[in-house]
Design a protein around this ligand. Structure first.
Ligand SMILES: [Zn+2]
Length: 263
């Protein structure tokens, strides 16, 4: 049995690094915006609820505060930073110090636990930007698992890791578990179904598929999308989840249950 973990990074619209500034902006806009992420989040939630798909939402704390309170019963709430920090400084040339990392992680965790009135187990680094000290800081802050690392990029991490998949597509090109190219009309639903089918055939214990809350309603390349385009993106996510639900040997599970080997 292979477990399918469906995750949504809930962050500001087209979250993008700002040079010299540790916290993120919105691509093509002078200040962070949250309109697309609000629309996309509620559309995706409606979709996974309708299909009964348990979903793990990695919330950026600042975005969680922008959204109207909502029940996430049956789903998992996890953490994706406070202000979408570039902790390692890879994109901004402004790495966070050892102390800044720990303070920021603690603030994000406290804020999310208070906002949702629940314990939080998981962390995913913005931009998937991690290093060993950040992983240590995540563990020290009290998170039980991390999900920022692509399979094969680090053995023996300091806390349980839910690795992100990487496949080769039919043309031999690298393909990740993010639906980014699907939302940008560069990959089809079938390509993701084929990739997951391959993982089931290889007896992989789990596969993580991920998307961003804003991506159905806002293109990284073209900015805010027309309603018809957004509806098509939601339809694509729905079609993909329906196709995956029909695959034999595959069962949906929350990230924490797979990362902590509770399923
Ligand atoms: Zn993000």
């Amino acid at each position: 049995m292979t477990h399918l973990v469906f995750t949504v990074d809930v962050d500001r619209d087209a979250a993008w690094p700002v040079e010299g500034n540790g916290t993120a902006g919105t691509r093509h806009k002078p200040a962070p915006s949250f309109d697309a992420t609000r629309k996309g989040f509620f559309s995706l939630l409606e979709t996974v609820n309708a299909l009964d798909v348990p979903t793990t939402f990695f919330f950026e704390a600042a975005t969680a505060l922008e959204l109207e309170p909502v029940s996430l019963k049956g789903h998992e709430i996890a953490c994706h930073g406070l202000d979408h920090e570039d902790f390692t400084g890879k994109h901004t040339d402004k790495p966070f110090t050892r102390v800044e990392r720990r303070t920021t992680l603690q603030n994000a965790l406290t804020l999310l636990e208070n906002r949702f009135n629940t314990d939080i187990d998981g962390f995913r680094a913005p931009y998937l930007g991690w290093d060993l000290d950040l992983l240590m800081a995540i563990a020290e802050t009290g998170f039980s698992y991390d999900s920022s690392i692509v399979q094969g990029h680090l053995k023996n991490p300091p806390l349980p890791e839910l690795y992100l998949p990487e496949w080769k597509d039919a043309l031999g090109h690298k393909m990740s578990g993010y639906l980014w190219p699907l939302m940008e009309n560069k990959r089809s639903v079938q390509e993701y179904v084929d990739a997951v089918t391959k993982s089931i055939a290889q007896n992989e214990p789990y596969v993580v598929l991920s998307t961003h809350s804003w991506h159905t309603h806002c293109s990284v390349e073209r900015g805010d999308l027309l309603l018809a385009e957004a509806n098509q993106n939601i339809q694509n996510v729905r079609q993909l989840l329906e196709a995956l639900k029909a695959l034999p040997g595959l069962k949906f599970a929350k990230a924490m249950d797979v990362a902590l080997q509770k399923v």
